[in-house]
Design a binder for this molecule. Structure first.
Ligand SMILES: CC(C)(COP(=O)(O)OP(=O)(O)OC[C@H]1O[C@@H](n2cnc3c(N)ncnc32)[C@H](O)[C@@H]1OP(=O)(O)O)[C@@H](O)C(=O)NCCC(=O)NCCS
Length: 182
């Protein structure tokens, strides 16, 4: 059984979500810019936020760990893992408040959490999906050393519109080699 953990990075605390995080979560999720490339309901109401938090808190860390990204005591985003034990792979997903974009914070979080993920789970690969126009997100994947593996054309219906997604991935051996060369 995987225990919930906290991780400290250079600038941030990553910790399990708590119910009292609702106000912070609603602060960044209510920004339309934040949800532009996400399937989350619009508007992002209090009920949607409560459902999100319940899921993050109740999910089993054996397959679905999630971290609140905390800066100076305030939750400004989230980072989660979806582990597929059968195929020994995990998908990662991430978001951060728009007033903190472009500071390298998500790359900092991803670096630490993927390290933890490879240590904690018997997985050989981590992958991520991002909408084609979501350049910031695709850049995060590239900065992590991931390879663009494919394009999913008109693959997900979001807000009634079919969306194209790029898939990026990195193998455990590539991650280890990247770390050894740092
Ligand atoms: C995508 C997201 C997580 C990125 O977080 P972030 O902390 O701003 O990311 P970083 O600062 O680590 O890196 C962003 C990179 O994108 C680059 N970038 C910013 N605007 C860009 C643009 N228009 N085109 C191309 N690259 C761009 C930045 O220069 C930076 O790269 P660099 O470090 O090489 O200069 C954040 O924008 C976000 O939360 N968006 C809303 C939710 C979302 O879309 N999540 C991802 C779902 S797949």
């Amino acid at each position: 059984m995987v225990e919930k953990v906290e991780i400290k990075t250079f600038r941030l605390l990553l910790r399990p979500f708590e119910l009292s995080d609702l106000e912070d979560v609603l602060r960044y999720t209510s920004d339309p810019q934040w949800g532009l490339y996400l399937p989350d309901p619009r508007p992002y109401t209090k009920e949607v936020g409560e459902r999100f938090l319940s899921r993050m808190i109740l999910d089993n860390w054996d397959t679905n760990p999630s971290f609140a990204i905390v800066l100076d005591g305030e939750v400004i985003g989230n980072f989660h893992f979806n582990v597929d034990p059968k195929n020994k792979i995990a998908e990662v997903g991430y978001t951060i408040a728009s007033n903190h974009w472009g500071k390298g914070l998500v790359a900092e979080v991803a670096d630490a959490v993927i390290d933890w993920g490879f240590l904690t789970y018997d997985i050989g690969k981590v992958f991520a999906r991002g909408q084609v126009p979501n350049k910031r997100s695709l850049r995060v994947m590239e900065k992590l050393g991931m390879t663009r593996e494919g394009l999913l054309r008109s693959h997900y219906l979001e807000h009634g519109e079919p969306k194209d997604y790029y898939v990026y991935g990195i193998l455990r051996k590539e991650w280890d080699a990247r770390k050894a060369n740092k």
